[in-house]
Design a protein around this ligand. Structure first.
Ligand SMILES: Cc1cc2nc3c(=O)[nH]c(=O)nc-3n(C[C@H](O)[C@H](O)[C@H](O)COP(=O)(O)OP(=O)(O)OC[C@H]3O[C@@H](n4cnc5c(N)ncnc54)[C@H](O)[C@@H]3O)c2cc1C
Length: 557
């Protein structure tokens, strides 16, 4: 009997693993928030999806793909996903547009392999999600935080770190908290660090606690790349501190931006390790979280000045909101809170702290009132809703995942109200979203230049200019601009992509360079002839001579 790809794949898979050629399964996985499937020559096609249950299968699959790489009938390439929720950057779609791509779903490899509660070192497989880790920590009463993101509970921790994503818990930059990686290069060779190889103890704790290993640092080659598959990762978790407060500083004048940037820098430099990352959000961005789209969810147009005035009057939305958190002992939190008040004293602003007496009291009041009363009183209902959103934001800063930030992706989704918060899933729910995520020097004039640039460019394409800045450090800010559009409107899809292109191209001229790009840009934006990408290609040729892994992922060829 002639060999078929199906029988070949099954010969290396564990009986518990699943191989599917089902067109409906594949169509679902080829659907993203990015709208690439609606654009000419951008559609990604999958041949099959394999859901693995044993990590040894990764090596077997890589070896098989290499062995048959030149076979006309049986050649295939592999694209791994850990949770496949890379919304706005590709969702679960592969980077390349070649044929015969098999999606390798690692979500069932979800063992928490080891946790050292004394040191806070966690070793996990790729499928472990934020919620799973949160439940594990809570169940075992370990006082550590999950490195949460706005993408929420169902997302993998490993893949977010491999994308070099970030959040706003104390270890903001998720890959920087990764101390050790194990996996396989695309040619099937296994990988562990040189320290791991030298260490003859069973726990190999040194490898787990020392990021840089010995000799050339290779762990980083697994991030934003297509050179290998990670089967296990160790990361440092931030410890919950005895006390905490979130702070919200509200500015009612857009022009105060230049004055507050140096103050944010001062707070970050002076209280490094005590104040976590700081977010700065503009008015439109905040409205997207709390208001209903005044144009209706189908309209392909931005909010007018009148819309904004009406909405902000109704909900008292400030021009800028600074959001941060203080972690420490009770005395440290009190002292830093006082200092922050002093730092912002000369700026006209409202400062709200989550541990303020009136917030604690309002929470107590709402929690003790009967549900029917809240439902029938407009004031109480509004207060309850505001407190709910406030508390959800606070939960995220304490490392508890939730879906509150996901609502943003539904700003132009006409079926928005059909989806309950707990089941939000932007790609499945037909949301249109792309990210523009450039790095910006932490200088007030550059940040203003960026704000003007985004506010000018986005409306040209009927895209709302929602602006968030997140401090990665005191000297570097990442801005995330969500390009939210109606995926069911062909013109809106084209406009969204043109908007992103205009932002990226215009931004590069001004020195705003993305820290992360989507699966289409990973080929279209990068210059394969540059010294950097030529070197990457030399590595690729050596570690993946048959080009069987994640073709096109951060790799222009
Ligand atoms: C409203 C909203 C808010 C968001 N907020 C944030 C945020 O705060 N921070 C943030 O960083 N992102 C955010 N995102 C973006 C994105 O959804 C997350 O980064 C998400 O965690 C990435 O998807 P994933 O973890 O499911 O990765 P996957 O889709 O599983 O993988 C992402 C990439 O990594 C590669 N990969 C995955 N696993 C492996 C492996 N084991 N070995 C080798 N390569 C692998 C894949 O091939 C793929 O290219 C947000 C998105 C939305 C819609």
């Amino acid at each position: 009997m002639p060999l078929t790809l199906s029988s070949l794949l099954k010969s290396v898979l564990a009986p518990s693993s699943d191989l599917s050629f089902d067109t409906q399964d594949l169509a679902q996985l080829s659907k993203g928030t990015e709208g690439l499937e609606y654009l000419k020559d951008k559609k990604r096609q999958l041949l099959a999806v394999i859901t693995l249950t044993q990590s040894f299968e990764i090596k077997a699959l890589l070896e098989l793909a290499n062995k048959y790489a030149d076979d006309q009938q049986l050649a295939f390439s592999i694209y791994p996903i850990s949770s496949g929720k890379n919304w706005g950057y590709g969702s679960s779609q592969p980077s390349g547009i070649n044929n015969n791509i098999i999606l390798v779903d690692l979500s069932q490899l979800n063992k928490i392999v080891h946790f050292d509660s004394e040191l806070g070192l966690l070793t996990i497989e790729p499928g472990v999600t934020q919620q799973q880790l949160s439940d594990f920590l809570e169940h075992n009463q370990h006082n550590y935080m999950v490195p949460v993101t706005g993408a929420g509970p169902e997302c993998s921790i490993v893949s977010n770190a491999l994308e070099r994503g970030y959040g706003i818990t104390p270890y903001t930059d998720h890959f920087s908290a990764v101390t050790s990686i194990q996996g396989y290069w695309a040619n099937g060779t296994s990988y562990q660090s040189a320290i791991n190889e030298l260490d003859q103890s069973t726990e190999k704790l040194v490898d787990k606690s020392f990021k840089w290993g010995l000799g050339p640092y290779l762990d980083g080659l697994f991030t934003q790349s297509n050179l290998g598959i990670v089967s296990q990762m160790t990361l440092r978790l931030a410890k919950l501190k005895p006390d905490f407060t979130a702070f919200f500083i509200q500015l009612n004048n857009d022009e105060l931006l230049e004055q507050v940037v140096p103050l944010i820098k001062e707070v970050l430099q002076t209280y490094e390790g005590i104040v976590g990352s700081i977010n700065l959000m503009d008015q439109r961005r905040l409205l997207a979280m709390f208001a209903e789209n005044p144009n209706g969810y189908e309209a392909h147009k931005v909010m007018s000045t009148e819309n904004i005035e009406r909405l902000t009057q109704k909900s008292q939305t400030p021009s800028w909101t600074i959001v941060g958190s203080i972690y420490g002992s009770k005395r440290v939190v009190q002292a830093v809170k006082k200092d922050i008040n002093a730092i912002f004293k000369y700026i006209p602003c409202k400062r709200i702290y989550s541990n303020n007496y009136n917030i604690v009291l309002s929470n107590k009041l709402i929690n003790n009132l009967p549900h029917w009363l809240i439902k029938h009183s407009t004031i109480l209902f509004k207060l309850a809703e505001q407190l709910k959103a406030f508390n959800k934001g606070k939960e995220i800063m304490l490392g508890k995942p939730n879906k509150v930030a996901l609502k943003l992706a539904y700003w132009r989704n006409k079926n928005k109200n059909d989806f309950p918060v707990n089941s939000l899933s932007p790609a499945k729910d037909g949301c249109g979203l792309l990210w523009y995520a450039p790095l910006i020097p932490m200088k007030a004039n550059k940040m203003r230049e960026f704000v003007d640039f985004v506010r000018y460019t986005c409306p040209l394409f009927n895209i709302e200019p929602f602006i968030t800045f997140t401090n990665l450090r005191h000297d570097c800010v990442d801005s995330t601009i969500p390009i939210v559009f109606d995926l069911s409107n062909p013109q809106a899809v084209i406009d969204a992509h043109n908007c992103l292109k205009a932002l990226v191209e215009g931004g590069l001229k001004k020195g705003f360079v993305p820290y992360r790009i989507n699966i289409d840009q990973q080929q279209s934006l990068l210059d394969k002839k540059s010294d950097f990408w030529q070197t990457v290609n030399q590595l690729k040729n050596s570690l993946d001579p048959n080009n069987i892994l994640s073709q096109g992922r951060y790799n222009p060829r």
